[in-house]
Write a protein of this length. Sequence first.
Length: 460
Amino acid sequence: MAIIAQAYMFSWEHIDAASDLGRLRLVLEVIPDEALVAKLETDRGHGRDDYPVRAVWNTILAGVVFGHPSIAALRRELQRNGELRKVCGFNPLSGMAAVPTDSAYTHFLDALLEHETQIRAMFHDLVEKLRVVLADLGRYLALDGKALPSFAHARKTDDATARTRKDGQPDRRADSDADWGVKTKRGVKEDGTAWEKVTRWFGFELHLLVDSHHELPLNYQVTKASAAESTRLPVIVQDTQERHPEVIEAASELSADKGYDSTDNIVILHQEYGILPIIDKRADWKAGDVTRPVFEDRFDTVVYDVKGTVSCVCPQTGELRKMANWGFEAARESLKYRCPAVASGFECKGRQDCPGAQGAYGKVVRIPLSKDPRIFTPVARDSDAWKKAYARRTAVERVNSRIDRVLGFEQHTIRGLKKMEARVGIALVVLLAMALGRIRRGQRDQMRSIVAPPPLARAA
């Protein structure tokens, strides 16, 4: 917490621990912000101190905790709520006059943008503190990209100086950092008809690495909306290893959607970091290319599809049957499959004509990962284990939902990459500080909650 030098006649004992101010207290108790505040105070020097740096910074945190979409909304709350002003560190005798002006906040935020490194350092400091109290932090990782629309509209021209104010200065309402991003989702309905949903936005993208068990962020990057998601995975994993080597060492899997699908990503995770890649694959085969033979150099009945499902074709009926996955043989770097008839105990009319299927165990095939590392991964894509692991990826979507709905990103007034990076960093710092605060209070079961618990939970 940014330490308030002057003490007032005020006790936290008078605040309901489940109230809004109680949630703010959770953050202020544990946030490692002293280095940041000291730098901001040094920047100010011996200038006017009408609005103390530490108090103003605490209001920024309060704005995130309470989900205020703009400084104007935050100022209205401060003017209304005298108790909040005291908690943040303003002199209670000053009344509404203690609330910083719009211009004061503008200057403060401009100064804050120069210290994004310190904001990021706070984030990683909290990750380390959480790693100490959560021994399994990082075991299950998930990565996802989240659209962050800019508050500004796209320029109508590529000329960065084309839009200016009457006084000749650049129009700050424009956003020269942002660009267009597109995401396309496709699927098939229950009736067999195909569907497609295309999302376009002007702004930025948040690439968020989370612990999918505890649903806590472990690292993040903010890029322009057009940045390819697949190129971000090795960068963010390497950065996490450098900052939190114990987290990457403990990681057993990393799940991500098809936006991060690439051979390089899968090979890097498996071979360089020893992490199981659970990354959905794009359906990018040519139309009509339903299956391909596993063994192209000889006659065989085993085939696979674009999603990695391995099947055998009955020589008598031509029926396609999914083979029984029998696990991964690490020594051979191969996936093992068995005859579905023998494994499931049913009769196959074409068994006698199926190469290698006459033994007691039926047909057994081993498919080396090198056959196609993008399709054949250490956890077979057509196995229940892969489906269960991929389902854990939804944790990052829930974290993204909290960022939007609770931390104020559904409605915001942010323009520019530097502002977006700083604002995202502060929001994630608040999220981690809330989790750490709840753990230290003995409320570990509520560490994912960044809103007040319901009445029954408070009573319990």
